[in-house]
Design a protein around this ligand. Structure first.
Ligand code: PLP
Length: 473
């Protein structure tokens, strides 16, 4: 039976019987069955079209024909592992190297963001001879055991913090301890990292690495103050550690001004390791770690082979190359910059109109809208955000929330998202917010409709939030 000919209820029933409930659905009360994707649109089994503002994995657009064709053509000829010489892997490494600072000149290919961050951890430990890691609060770096340990977003709900993990505050100038009125929030937040390092060192701990998303997305679409990462890098390197930039959600031109989000920090800022995933393969499992010759040599010095069965196979590399081609030929980085500025501007106009919008922040097609209950305390408007997302779904728009308060609307659509799409989403957002305000004025309780987003107890924790469901993607 073709997968798309089964009734939605039957699919749901089978899924409930055969899959773990730990693997969650978007909109758990009324899940959506998606059977086709094209560009920035997804289609359900009844042919209804949804505008996708969530999927930063389908970077150049769902099922982009150039990417699909590249995979198909390579599949017809050969797919094998990287122990044979093949041009795709070296061409791909070369093309990626052209996007990065010269020092990041050695590449490892893998299959997922988690594998990339796990290898980054191994590289850092091998190079430094140290074990410990400093991470930002609320961060998520992957689902492997090693990464759950360095992901406060997850470990706070599990075994807790390991003795080798040290957590620094998010450099959030909207809701964190140092805000927009602070004279030097970059220095203040970097000093927090320095303090965390010193406290660890006083206990005899030694720092191998600092891990951070170049723009903390899981933490709520945070834009760190300029200068923060450079100062953190100084503190970390002084402690003998390496700086790892997780570009898994935010790389490949999404931020518009630059190809890599860490480049927002300026030309002189170069991480020791950059990890890539998600959007790198437009949905095909591809990931990469880029690092320096020195770090790579220390890893090689163990004499132990790094072998990854699927990593860097000819099909994955063909896909990665095709994604780079499309980014270039369709000028999607510049497009993200234009559409992102337009979206930011229109969302900022909504902020002036609707008091629930406390902050609009972002760059390129990485934008957060922080919803608040009150201006003074900036209390996260969690239920309102959830309600809004459910109403957008009724209007055929998929959007997710993130941040510790699950109150930040997170825009990270495929990069082909258009000006018309931006206008449409903002108009719907305006309608829904106006309607919500009218309901509040007329003292009607904001009630989430059945069949939209009411969660069974326990279903809203980390790992199930996007579109009130799910997680980092
Ligand atoms: C910032 C970040 N790093 C790492 C990962 C892990 O990537 P993957 O799910 O491909 O293993 C994710 C996934 O959500 C992520 O958002």
């Amino acid at each position: 039976m073709a997968a798309d000919s089964r009734a939605k209820a039957a699919t749901l029933d089978l899924r409930r019987r055969l899959l773990s409930s730990s693997c969650r659905l978007f909109f758990p009360e009324d899940p959506v069955k998606i059977i086709r994707g094209q560009g920035q649109y997804l289609y359900d089994e009844q042919g209804r079209e949804f505008l996708d503002c969530i999927n930063n994995v389908a970077h150049v657009g769902h099922c982009h024909p150039v990417v699909v064709q590249a995979a198909h053509e390579q599949n017809l000829v050969l797919n094998t592992n990287s122990r044979y010489l093949h041009d795709n892997i070296v061409d791909y490494a070369q093309r990626l190297s052209e996007t990065l600072p010269e020092a990041l000149s050695v590449f490892y290919f893998l299959n997922s963001g988690s594998e990339a961050n796990d290898l980054a951890l191994r590289l850092a430990r091998q190079y430094t001879g140290h074990q410990d890691v400093v991470v930002l609060d609320h961060a998520y770096h992957g689902h492997l055991s090693s990464l759950i340990d360095i992901s406060p977003y997850k470990f706070r709900d599990l075994d807790g913090q390991k003795e080798w993990v040290h957590v620094a505050p998010l450099p959030d100038t909207y809701r964190g301890p140092y805000r927009e009125d602070h004279p030097n929030p970059a220095e203040a937040y970097a000093s927090e990292v320095k303090h965390v390092i010193h406290t660890a060192q006083e206990k005899g701990r030694k720092i191998a690495a600092f891990f951070a998303e170049s723009l903390p997305s899981v933490g709520g679409q945070i834009i760190p103050p300029a200068g923060y990462f450079s100062q953190v890098a100084e503190h970390i390197r002084r402690a003998g550690g390496l700086f790892v930039a997780d570009e898994i959600q935010v790389g490949f031109g999404r931020v518009g001004k630059h190809f890599w989000a860490f480049q927002l920090e300026g030309k002189n800022f170069v991480p020791d390791i950059v990890t890539m995933g998600k959007c790198i393969g437009n949905g095909h499992p591809v990931a990469c770690v880029a690092t320096t010759q020195a770090v790579s040599r220390a890893f090689e010095a163990t004499g132990v082979e790094y072998f990854n069965t699927f990593g860097g196979n000819p099909v994955s590399c063909a896909v990665g190359l095709a994604v780079l081609d499309v980014l270039e030929t369709e000028q999607l980085q510049a497009h993200a910059s234009n559409v992102g500025s337009f979206l930011m501007e229109h969302l900022s106009q909504q902020k002036a109109k609707h008091p629930i919008i406390g902050d609009v922040r972002g760059t390129g097609l990485f934008i957060g809208v922080d919803l608040i209950k009150d201006e003074t305390l900036r209390t996260p408007a969690t239920e309102e955000a959830e309600y809004l997302v459910s109403r957008l779904k009724e209007n055929y728009i998929f959007l997710s929330t993130d941040g510790p308060g699950r109150n930040v609307l997170k825009f990270k659509p495929p990069m082909c998202f258009s000006l018309d799409n931006a206008q449409h989403v903002v108009a719907k957002l305006d309608d829904i917010l106006t309607d919500m305000e009218e309901k509040v004025r007329s003292c009607k309780t904001l009630r989430i409709q059945p069949n939209s987003v009411k969660h069974p107890p326990g279903s809203t924790g980390p790992g199930c939030r996007a579109a009130t469901g799910s997680r980092p993607s």
